[in-house]
Write a protein that binds this ligand. Structure first.
Ligand SMILES: *[C@@H]1O[C@H](CO)[C@@H](O)[C@H](O)[C@H]1NC(C)=O
Ligand SMILES: *[C@@H]1O[C@H](CO)[C@@H](O)[C@H](O)[C@H]1NC(C)=O
Length: 190
């Protein structure tokens, strides 16, 4: 009898509590902006360089992404993410260059990349301003040039066989984030 009691307790009380707790957890995790899901689905279809998962993770990483209630606001978030990525990549290159033992060939490529990213920084700052003022054509040109900077930097390392670019992940992130921003900019009504 006692065993039966605990069985009923388990099935009718404890189990539902467990299930409810698990469901609550899921809900917490799923607290994403539905507009991000919708937008990232469209972006992934429109640009094969940007996968849905990358797009969603990037946009969700912005602290104010839950508040974004329009494509325009998500686009603004994406352009600012590009700016943050460029700023930190530029710092990272400077940090790598401080190492005196860096191979001379790698150093010269890093020098090129530093120049590219140093030019990209004011460009992306201007893109943020142009976006804010709805000058989407200008923002488009500026973000496109950032994509070129990341590509040119990465290509420098690929010229020498067997060399692994120390900036591969960074360049890749800048490339994909910029492609994301560009796709959203091009989706906005002019
Ligand atoms: C991407 O979107 C743009 C603008 O809406 C459109 O002109 C273009 O055809 C789309 N490309 C693809 C591959 O869906
Ligand atoms: C750059 O952006 C990507 C995509 O959001 C992110 O995963 C990465 O951590 C960012 N890198 C830096 C250095 O900010």
């Amino acid at each position: 009898m006692k065993l039966e009691h605990s069985f009923f307790f388990f099935v009718f009380f404890f189990l539902p509590t467990l299930i409810a707790a698990a469901a609550y957890d899921l809900e917490e995790e799923a607290a994403t902006n539905p507009l991000i899901r919708e937008t990232c689905r469209k972006v992934a279809l429109n640009d094969s360089n940007v996968r849905y998962g990358f797009c969603a993770a990037a946009l969700q990483s912005a602290p104010n992404s839950l508040c974004a209630d329009s494509l325009r606001k998500l686009g603004f978030i994406s352009v600012k993410l590009v700016r943050v990525n460029i700023t930190s990549t530029r710092c990272y290159i400077k940090y790598l260059l401080r190492d005196k033992k860096v191979d001379p060939y790698v150093r010269s490529r890093l020098d090129d990349c530093l120049e590219l990213y140093s030019d990209a920084l004011p460009t992306v700052k201007q893109a943020v301003k142009d976006y804010q003022s709805k000058r989407y054509r200008d923002a488009n040109v500026e973000v496109s040039s950032v994509i070129d900077a990341a590509t040119t930097c990465e290509d420098g390392f690929e010229e020498k066989e067997g060399l692994v670019s120390p900036l591969k992940k960074r360049n890749d992130d800048v490339f994909k984030l910029s492609a994301l921003a560009l796709t959203i900019i091009n989706m906005l009504p002019r």
